[in-house]
Design a protein around this ligand. Structure first.
Ligand code: ADP
Ligand code: MG
Length: 615
């Protein structure tokens, strides 16, 4: 166990790097030709799989276009070679660029249409590959394939035998280093946020379309490289290499290795290459074998082999008592530049159901504005209107001087609106700290390029991300959970995590939807203290809450909704005596002695939910 502890103190990227170096050294240790070839094919497959993992495993968009991008890369490199441009670097650049274009051309319409469109368009593209190649048979050789490809060179030197092996293994190693850097960066976390929920992503200022396109397009690069590597391996390609079987093999390797993992692509590809692809019978029953692997990976292994490894590591961690010390950070609320949120005459009808009728309210900096009302009175709908998820039928919503109505959700978020959800929305496969720091994604930028190369700009943003996230976590009293898997938290902690995530964005307006429900007394206390401190720091808070006592306790102003209309607005001491509120919202006759006793009881303690007039 002490051995395990010391192993765990080694940075996690050392292990794959060592494995990569071993693979690079194999020819020196006497690698036979056919194994060498298999390893190269496995590397090529791994590159393809890693592209799929990026768009499907991380960003949550199933796209099977890898085979088509692979073909684009292979034919580009092959044609260049035939034209005398045998330099492999030039071929890499152009093959990746053409694959990227194929990715964009198929990705943009597919993603614009949403839903399953990208899966369909990309799949269609794969089916189309042989036909496209046949149409241009004069150059591509059509169904006979492209022959006459010249042996590759690198800066004038011939690349034969071992030298080419090193190129293949080196490119694979380099790509996986890039992929790893991307995934552990803030962009990788943003991909997982997107996979969890596009609603969540856009409420954090992430443009869903651009992010999905980014994942799909970046995934085109390794496919293009794989194509260039493949054509130079045999100096020949035919359309069969890029068909349906290839697409399914890539999918099976992805699922088997674990689609939401970086190195799982290598595992899955190695197993598919050295397993079924070896058997000569495989060619005939390829789809059957692949299907079996797909099902085995999908059904028996949650998260594929990579998921299995992760569970093993965390079990060993628990057994060995591996913990990471919480850092000492101040739990002060930073100064928050609160903004005024003004909602004026907002109406919304769903079908025949008028959910909001001319609602107006103003939430000001340094104040808690509570929104209360029975279930179905339109509270969540109003928050969704502010956030841009629904369009207003009429009325205006502004934050400071910026009009929000009509803006898409990610623009609203960037204008300074952050929120929590009635049902907490927590991405999978990230730590608590990463989940909190993701709140800063859109407000502070560092390009994908700088993340991959770890440029100073990226490092600076990352340091700030961590500091701010640690601070937000300390504020909600969860510093000791920073390295826990975010989805492993119980409900109460998830709610606090959402508050921390929203706070990390330093929002102008903070919208909290039923944030206290499901919290135990201790957590409610912690939350109440936090809300007070955010108010003192100058934040603007809109609190949708059922706990009447908490509302009376925290709110500076209360807005009461019933059937989509505001029936009362005022400070707590006025609202708690308003007969209309008591009867509509609480179902109490405020005039009777019995009613007054009930009010005293309610305002003195206990949680209530709107009883009388629930829709
Ligand atoms: P609250 O949060 O106050 O409990 P909601 O805002 O969730 O209430 O709902 C208000 C009303 O709007 C309800 O009648 C609900 O059925 C309706 N509503 C909310 N969202 C939609 C939607 N997307 N489509 C149709 N009706 C909706
Ligand atoms: Mg609600």
């Amino acid at each position: 166990m002490t051995l395990w502890r010391s192993l765990r103190s080694i940075p996690s990227w050392i292990v794959p790097l060592c494995a990569g170096v071993v693979v690079l050294l194999l020819p020196v240790l006497g690698l036979d030709f056919s194994t060498g070839r298999q390893i190269q094919l496995a590397c090529i497959l791994a590159l393809l799989v890693s592209g799929l993992n990026l768009s499907h495993g991380y960003a949550g968009e199933l796209a099977l276009g890898q085979a088509a991008m692979y073909a684009a890369g292979a034919y580009t490199a092959g044609l260049l070679s035939k034209a005398g441009h045998t330099d492999i670097l030039l071929q890499f650049v152009l093959a990746a660029a053409v694959a990227l274009v194929v990715g964009l051309v198929s990705g943009i319409p597919g993603l614009r249409l949403g839903g399953w469109s990208l899966a369909m368009t990309s799949f269609f593209l794969v089916l189309l590959v042989p036909d496209i190649l046949a149409v241009f048979a004069e150059w591509t050789g059509g169904r006979n394939g492209l022959s006459g490809v010249m042996p590759p060179t690198l800066l004038g030197a011939d690349l034969a035998g071992d030298a080419y092996y090193w190129v293949v293994a080196g490119v694979t190693l380099a790509w996986f280093a890039i992929m790893r850097n991307l995934i552990v960066s803030r962009h990788g976390v943003a991909f997982r946020v997107l996979k969890k929920s596009p609603v969540l992503a856009s409420s954090m200022g992430i443009s869903v379309f651009r992010m999905k396109l980014l994942a799909y397009a970046v995934g085109a690069v390794p496919a293009g490289l794989a194509g260039a590597l493949f054509v130079n391996l045999d100096l020949y390609v035919s359309p069969e290499a890029f068909g349906f079987v290839t697409a399914v093999t890539v999918l099976a390797a992805s699922i088997l290795g674990g689609s939401a993992s970086v190195y799982g692509a290598l595992l899955g590809a190695a197993i598919m290459q050295f397993g079924p692809n070896q058997a000569s019978e495989f060619q005939e029953y390829a789809l059957v074998f692949t299907g079996v692997f797909l099902i085995a990976g999908g059904v028996l292994l949650k998260g594929g082999l990579a998921g299995l490894c992760r569970r093993l590591v965390s079990r060993l961690d628990r057994a060995a008592g591996v913990t990471t010390a919480a850092r000492n950070v101040s739990a002060d609320v930073p100064d928050i530049a609160g903004a005024t949120l003004a909602i004026d005459g907002v109406s919304k009808t769903f079908g025949g159901n008028q959910a909001l009728k001319g609602v107006s309210l103003a939430a000001r900096p340094g104040k808690v504005t509570a929104l209360i009302g029975p279930n179905g009175s339109g509270k969540t709908t109003l928050l969704n209107m502010v956030c841009g998820f629904y369009r207003t039928d009429s009325g205006t919503i502004t934050i400071g001087d910026t009009a929000l109505q009509g803006l898409p959700p990610h623009r609203v978020a960037r204008a300074g609106v952050a929120r929590t959800f009635q049902t907490p929305n927590i991405p999978e496969g990230v730590t608590v700290l990463e989940a909190v720091s993701s709140g800063r994604y859109s407000g502070h930028r560092a390009s994908v390029f700088s993340a991959i190369l770890r440029l100073p700009g990226f490092r600076r943003v990352r340091t700030d991300d961590l500091v701010e996230a640690e601070r937000a976590l300390a504020l909600v009293g969860m510093s000791d959970l920073r390295d826990a898997e975010a989805t492993s938290l119980p409900l109460g902690m998830r709610r606090l995590l959402e508050v921390a995530r929203a706070l990390a964005a330093r929002p102008g307006v903070l919208l909290l939807d039923e944030v206290a429900s499901g919290l135990d007394e201790d957590e409610v206390e912690r939350l109440a203290g936090l809300v007070r401190r955010i108010r003192e720091a100058g934040g603007t808070i809109v609190l949708v809450e059922h706990n009447f006592r908490l509302v009376l306790d925290l709110a500076d102003e209360i807005v009461v909704l019933a059937h989509g209309s505001v029936i009362a607005t005022g400070p707590p001491e006025v609202i708690e005596r308003n007969p209309r509120v008591l009867s509509e919202y609480l179902g109490i006759d405020g005039e009777s002695a019995e009613g007054r006793a009930k009010v005293a009881e309610l305002t003195g303690g206990g949680e209530i939910t709107g009883t009388g007039e629930s829709a």
